[in-house]
Design a protein around this ligand. Sequence first.
Ligand code: NAG
Ligand code: NAG
Ligand code: NAG
Ligand code: NAG
Ligand code: ZN
Length: 223
Amino acid sequence: MKLHVAAAASLLLAMAATAGAVTFNATNAASNTTGGHRFDQAVGLAYANQVLSSASIFIWITFNQTNPADRKPVDAVTLVVADVDGAAFTVDDAITLSAQYVGNYSGDVKTEVTGVLYHETTHVWQWDGQGQANGGLIEGIADYVRLKAGYAPGHWVKPGQGDRWDQGYDVTARFLDYCDSLKPGFVALLNAKMKGGYTDDFFAQILGKNVQQLWQEYKAKYA
Ligand SMILES: *[C@@H]1O[C@H](CO)[C@@H](O)[C@H](O)[C@H]1NC(C)=O
Ligand SMILES: *[C@@H]1O[C@H](CO)[C@@H](O)[C@H](O)[C@H]1NC(C)=O
Ligand SMILES: *[C@@H]1O[C@H](CO)[C@@H](O)[C@H](O)[C@H]1NC(C)=O
Ligand SMILES: *[C@@H]1O[C@H](CO)[C@@H](O)[C@H](O)[C@H]1NC(C)=O
Ligand SMILES: [Zn+2]
């Protein structure tokens, strides 16, 4: 019986989770490192596959892309836990999570990895203005999704903090949350426009005010 349970469990781990036609495949190439071992113990491949799937569905809803024809044409999202520097990065539809980051993280590592995966999975699905988009905005949209999914870590800036709208990450995510409050669906519209190219004027086209004016009003609101 024990053997059956173990066999079924490893089969489940080997299976890639699916959401519609998209497949999700998490692997751990660093199981023999301290951080890779911690990943297996505290997070696990089955859970990681489930996060890739639920994050993708959450992103499609956030981007108002419930129709697959509106999405980036991605068939498979992969995650590899690898013995590399940094925290995580994404190239096309392949996410790499640093086993060292997992090993060094102090705190609830499962929740942290979940938040990191929401951020990285956003990079898989978001449009980048044909490579012309502001890098701070790209990172801000990824953290905006993480924020809306409920995985903003406690160390993030508070609403109204930061020096520039395109500072990136948490600063830009909080600003985008403000913009979305002015017109619900703003981030979805902005992302849709970013399919064909990029200009800061997209903010004015959607909200009727340029991005500098929006930033000043945002700062004033929390001053
Ligand atoms: C998942 O990826 C690994 C490593 O690339 C590969 O060996 C495996 O066959 C893939 N599994 C599925 C179900 O696609
Ligand atoms: C883990 O295994 C890989 C591949 O076999 C090897 O290159 C690497 O040196 C190993 N790392 C440790 C910490 O044992
Ligand atoms: C993890 O900690 C080790 C030892 O302090 C350090 O060498 C490594 O750069 C750290 N890695 C990351 C990704 O923070
Ligand atoms: C979502 O997209 C549909 C068309 O696909 C559009 O009719 C609707 O207004 C959009 N919703 C928002 C909030 O922008
Ligand atoms: Zn990023």
